[in-house]
Design a protein around this ligand. Structure first.
Ligand SMILES: Cc1cc2nc3c(=O)[nH]c(=O)nc-3n(C[C@H](O)[C@H](O)[C@H](O)COP(=O)(O)OP(=O)(O)OC[C@H]3O[C@@H](n4cnc5c(N)ncnc54)[C@H](O)[C@@H]3O)c2cc1C
Length: 460
């Protein structure tokens, strides 16, 4: 039977993307829409929403990878779920094509559509980056990075080739925004802890490098706070290279150049290269029939409705989150638009859900989205952090506590809040877990060997 025959024939609200926006909207609308005779359908290539602010904590081993994701089926019982990827949208015909893997696809009709596919990692054409780098946008990347780091430390401790050992113990992160800073800080923290437990390694063998093209890090915090963070990271032995960029990563040899005159600043081998130098609106925005701005974002009104080229609302079309250019009515956002973060995405989702329901099933009244930032707070390893929540500048254990308190409460569903908090308590009681799980890339190797087959070349 074709999938189309298994889908609901009720008037459909189609949500493209089950992240912050998609999950929140589906949670708010699923029962109400069902009661009104319609159906909410959510399409996402992943069967879960990823709580991205916890990705650095997954790298650091404080949050279990499974606990940082929220399963769609478990938490959206009244939503029709399609695990697949929207490849195109024809809003005239009110249909979206969903790729289902293995070459199959299905055309899904809808009455209303919500474009909520978020953003993807933005890279530049740097030779060797695709072969040697890893991003930090998905749970798979975070978990794999953690295992890779710990595995490199373990391997380095038995290496006799000094050059190979130096490469294994060199860790670079490119991009000094929030994600990059939290990531390198968590990496340093877990690396130091693991090295302290390995008598064949010493802390001075480890090299950690943060590369940032701008003259400062963390544009989200004030300049003096950013300078304090730079000092703090340097105090932990992390080389923070400002006004510097990566020009090549061929064969895992990183060439760093000065942004001022493009001269070579450094060249070294590193087995670990993490890329956190920005995100771009998901390409499905351009593959839809909706207008996008010069940055590829779908143009939205403050009511979260998609606008046509003349600036008029397109009926039945909605958007929010990282894929959308939503006007920032507080005037704080760069270029007059909301910055792409979870604070906006989750709040926009709530306004969108109410507006859409009102237009489709209610009075038709719509509200405008306006949100004053609550400030930011970053975790930087155990008992370390920085931020300015509600305008109060914090550093150290207080900021770390504020980070955990905020995100522990912000992760969707009580079940996840409790699991995450439980993991933190376990860590405090039993100490840090820095055991790498090996062979995740090729888990069948042991069996293949036992069965006399040929193993795949193991990825380093
Ligand atoms: C490492 C890291 C740390 C962060 N820390 C913070 C923080 O501390 N505070 C903060 O406010 N923000 C933070 N953010 C940003 C925040 O996570 C995002 O702004 C937020 O997730 C945006 O929500 P969204 O719903 O627009 O997109 P997402 O949450 O990214 O969801 C998009 C969904 O769309 C799906 N999708 C993609 N393509 C398709 C397709 N073709 N068809 C169907 N579905 C598709 C994806 O699988 C995904 O599930 C962080 C981000 C990262 C990467």
């Amino acid at each position: 039977m074709a999938l189309t025959q298994k889908l609901s024939d009720k008037p459909r609200i189609l949500i493209v993307g089950g992240g912050y926006v998609g999950l929140t909207v589906a949670q708010m609308l699923q029962k109400k829409v069902k009661a009104a005779g319609g159906i909410v359908t959510l399409v996402d290539p992943l069967p879960y929403m990823t709580y991205q602010p916890f990705l650095p904590e997954v790298v650091g081993g404080h949050v279990e990878a499974r606990h940082a994701v929220i399963g769609h089926r478990k938490h959206l019982k009244h939503t029709e779920i399609i695990t697949g990827k929207v490849t195109s949208v024809d809003h005239e015909a009110k249909t979206a094509v969903v790729g289902l893997g293995e070459g199959e696809s299905v055309e899904v009709p809808y009455q209303d559509i919500i474009m909520a596919a978020g953003a993807t990692t933005r890279t530049f054409p740097i030779e060797g980056l695709a072969e040697h780098g890893i991003g930090l946008k998905t749970i798979e990347e975070a978990e794999s990075l953690r295992n890779h780091i710990l595995e490199r430390l373990e391997s380095a401790s038995t290496m006799t080739d000094e050059a190979a050992k130096a490469r294994a113990l060199t860790f670079a992160v490119v991009g000094g925004g929030f994600a990059g800073i939290e990531t390198i800080a968590e990496m340093e923290d877990i690396i130091r802890a693991a090295v302290a437990h390995n008598p064949r390694l010493s802390q001075s063998d480890v090299r950690l490098v943060l590369v940032e093209a701008m003259g400062r890090i963390m544009p989200e915090v004030s300049e003096d706070q950013a300078s304090t963070v730079v000092e703090h990271l340097r105090g932990r032995g992390i080389e923070v290279l400002l006004n510097t960029s990566l020009s090549s990563a061929v064969d895992g040899v990183l060439t760093l150049i000065s942004m001022a005159d493009k001269s070579e600043v450094d060249k070294f081998g590193a087995d670990t290269l993490v890329w956190t130098a920005g995100v771009a609106a998901n390409a499905v925005a351009r593959a839809s029939s909706f207008p996008v701005d010069e940055r590829g974002r779908i143009t939205a009104s403050a009511t979260l409705q998609i606008l046509n080229e003349d600036g008029d609302v397109i009926p039945g079309a909605w958007t929010a989150g990282d894929i959308a250019a939503v006007p920032d009515l507080t005037g704080a956002g760069p270029g007059g638009f909301c910055v792409p973060n979870a604070q906006h995405a989750s709040r926009q989702a709530k306004v969108l859900a109410k507006n859409l329901f009102s237009v489709r099933y209610g009075s038709g009244d719509v509200a405008e989205y306006k949100h004053e930032s609550l400030g930011v707070v970053a975790g930087m390893g155990m008992y370390k952090g920085v931020g300015s929540p509600l305008g109060v500048k914090l550093r150290g254990p207080l900021a770390w506590l504020a980070h955990r308190g905020y995100h522990g409460m912000a992760i969707p569903t009580w079940e996840r809040k409790v699991r995450v908090a439980g993991g933190w308590v376990n860590e405090l009681v039993f100490g840090r877990d820095f055991t790498p799980i090996r062979g995740q890339e090729n888990p069948r190797d042991a069996f293949i060997e036992a069965a006399g087959g040929k193993k795949k070349e193991a990825a380093k």
